[in-house]
Ligand binder design. Structure first.
Ligand code: NAP
Length: 299
């Protein structure tokens, strides 16, 4: 369904003349490639710490300039995209505050929203116009080398406006994500964190837990991995994600993730009881319900 067909207002394509992408990784790099492809970015400055990653961005035409100096990069920018790990967002913004133009739009792509939106709304008040966002698209890979311009096409982007959000800035950020093929939804930041804890953060916890348990069995001398097939590979794919990135997401969204783990543990205990007691009919009903959900995830 197109955004228009879904009842969303499709904004006219924006044109951002000068864009700073602070954190040119999987998400920041993919946005640079996609927005360039869609003709909505003029000059793009990539900000990062490692030269090799920035050079990859220059070589692939994602950015025009590269620097490790966020404060210098945002001078004259009409759009600043924060693409760094969630725990680094506020320190990166603090460093750039004196250089931001009052009319500049600052938006982020962080996977946790409520604490970030509260901090960045506060920090950026009177300095720039902040819009919280989370493009729900990704892979288990990291860095500019993993970036690709089609990453966002057909996926959902959540924007989390607060009472402080400038409506014109919100509309421009919405039209940016629409221009790269996303369906954009506005959501309260706390609800975002509750929803994403269940559909994204918890699956990562579970994959890391299973991979960690198998690693521990192998460390104790039981050879397992050579006998695995598609099940283990599919189930643990996201456990190949960057541990530092996910440590930050889990700890920043700790209450919601912990609540998800508790609910999941209860579900496991129920399954354990049905299996241990040989209650086949109830077990099958439980598996049927789970399979119907899985079919909806697939479609
Ligand atoms: P990533 O590929 O590791 O990219 C992060 C980039 O930020 C790296 O290229 C890193 O490059 C740079 N960086 C880190 N700290 C920095 C700092 N202090 N100053 C400047 N640059 C810095 O990670 P990602 O997957 O794109 O995730 C980035 C953000 O997107 C996170 O907030 C995450 O929550 C969010 N997100 C991730 C996904 C996903 O599935 N991966 C999906 C949606 C949103 P250097 O090390 O060279 O500085």
């Amino acid at each position: 369904m197109t955004p228009a067909a879904a009842g969303h207002r499709v904004e006219p394509r924006p044109r951002f003349a000068r864009v700073a992408i602070v954190g040119l990784g999987l998400i920041g790099g993919s946005l640079a490639l996609a927005a360039r492809g869609a003709g909505v970015f003029g000059r793009v400055i990539g900000v990062g710490r490692s030269r090799a990653n920035l050079d990859e961005g220059l070589t692939r035409g994602a950015i025009d300039e590269a620097t490790d100096d966020a404060a210098a990069a945002v001078i004259g920018a009409d759009l600043v995209v924060l693409g760094v790990p969630v725990a680094s967002m506020t320190s990166v913004v603090r460093a750039m505050l004196p250089s931001l133009g009052a009319d500049a739009i600052v938006t982020d792509v962080g996977s946790v929203k409520a604490p970030l939106v509260a901090d960045l709304d506060e920090l950026l008040a009177g300095h720039a116009r902040f819009v919280g966002g989370h493009p729900i698209a990704g892979t288990e890979r990291s860095g500019m080398a993993a970036a690709f311009g089609e990453l966002f096409r057909g996926r959902c982007c959540v924007l989390t406006p607060s009472p402080r959000t400038d409506p014109a800035a919100l509309a421009k950020v919405r039209s940016l994500w629409e221009a790269v093929g996303m369906r954009v939804v506005d959501m309260d930041a706390a609800r975002h964190d509750r929803v994403l804890a269940m559909v994204s953060h918890l699956p990562h916890v579970v994959a890391y837990a299973l991979a960690g348990e198998i690693e521990a069995c192998e460390a104790a001398g039981e050879e397992l991995v050579p006998f695995s097939a598609g099940g283990l590979k599919d189930f643990t794919r996201v456990a190949a994600s960057d541990p530092a990135l996910w440590r930050d997401i889990f700890t920043m969204n700790r209450d919601e993730v912990a609540a998800g783990i508790r609910a999941y543990r209860e579900r496991l205990e129920r399954l354990e009881g049905l299996i241990r007691d040989g209650r086949g009919d109830e077990l099958r009903e439980e598996l049927e319900r789970a399979r119907s959900l899985r079919r909806r995830v697939e479609s």
